[in-house]
Design a protein around this ligand. Structure first.
Ligand code: NAP
Length: 295
């Protein structure tokens, strides 16, 4: 039976079901969310609510955060009344949000100064993976901290890899987001070209899925493309944020990522048009509109 109390901050689309899985696995759980109403379902299942970030830190041995973006993570950890201020010697702080590697390294350094350990452990697998406990988890940080966290990562995910030192998990996540965005864009180009040439998009997906062009985006988002159903899923606003992280990281390192830059601009156009809340498969709309053809 797990004994370490987990404090969980950020109970949104991902954090809510992840926290529920930990509770189900028997971890004592203290939860907190900015909009307090999101704590209620977990509390009725046996979690305890904490009124502030500091209270989460003082009542738990391990803190997990699942927040939208780098500024949120900076505020929650490094801000006044934040997690670092309340951190204890020997505590383990795990941020599972998708954020800039540089911010992950800053949090790890602040944790070290407070006598705590930190891991960056962003995920892929979406809301379905969060609910089913089948996420891919890419982890950056020290070896012993990873070993301590492994049992709870095994509750949350199916593929768990320690990829390197602090920030390495976030670098892996940025790479993941490049691949997913570029694949969605490429599938969109193929679907519009086929359809405008008179080839049925559904049959195209069927035949291409069996060869080298087969991919998970085409499998998992098949219905979204074919039915123009762009309800999220993964909001394209968040994917635009992630490509921003990839582009900044590439610039820092002097890495050439031209296709990422183009797809980033497509997401920017969709967001500017008010479509930021749609699923990222709505990239199809950009190709359709520029081609004067709806599949
Ligand atoms: P989300 O639904 O917006 O959830 C974020 C939660 O954090 C919200 O409940 C928000 O509270 C809470 N929060 C924000 N600032 C806070 C603060 N200062 N104190 C306490 N709580 C705070 O986002 P999500 O979809 O779960 O995504 C979370 C992270 O996972 C993002 O970095 C995203 O890129 C990544 N991710 C998402 C997916 C996906 O499919 N959704 C997949 C992989 C990775 P409010 O209720 O007040 O807004």
């Amino acid at each position: 039976m797990p004994e370490e109390t987990i404090g969980f901050i950020g109970l949104g689309i991902m954090g809510g079901p992840m926290a529920a899985n930990l509770l189900r696995a028997g971890y004592p759980l203290v939860v907190h969310n900015r909009t307090r109403a999101k704590e209620e379902a977990l509390v009725s299942d046996g979690a305890e609510a904490a009124g502030s970030l500091g209270e989460v830190a003082s009542r738990s041995e391990i803190v997990i955060t699942m927040l939208p973006d780098s500024p949120d993570v900076e505020q929650v950890y490094l801000g006044e009344g934040g997690v670092i201020e309340g951190a204890k010697e020997g505590q383990l702080l795990i941020d599972m949000s998708s954020i800039a590697p540089a911010v992950a390294r800053a949090v790890a350094e602040a944790a070290r100064q407070a006598g705590a350990d930190a891991l960056d452990a962003p995920v892929s697998g979406g809301d379905v993976g969060a609910r089913e406990g089948t996420l891919s988890i890419m982890v950056g940080g020290a070896d012993d901290a990873f070993k301590r966290a492994q049992p709870l990562f095994d509750v949350l995910g199916k593929t768990v890899v320690h990829v390197g030192e602090a920030g390495a998990g976030q670098t892996a996540k940025a790479c993941n987001q490049i691949l997913v965005a570029v694949t969605i864009e490429a599938v969109s180009e193929a679907l519009v070209l086929a359809s405008k040439a008179g080839v049925d998009p559904e049959r195209l997906i069927e035949v291409l899925s069996g060869g080298l062009a087969g991919n998970k985006v085409m499998e998992v988002r098949r219905r979204n493309f074919l039915k123009h159903d762009f309800s999220p899923g993964f909001r394209l606003q968040l994917h635009h944020k992630d490509l921003g992280i990839a582009l900044r990281t590439a610039r820092e390192l002097g890495v050439y990522v031209p296709t990422t830059a183009i797809v980033d601009q497509m997401l920017a156009a969709l967001e500017a048009a008010g479509d930021g809340g749609l699923d990222h498969s709505a990239l199809l709309k950009v190709i359709e509109e520029a081609s004067g053809h709806r599949i």
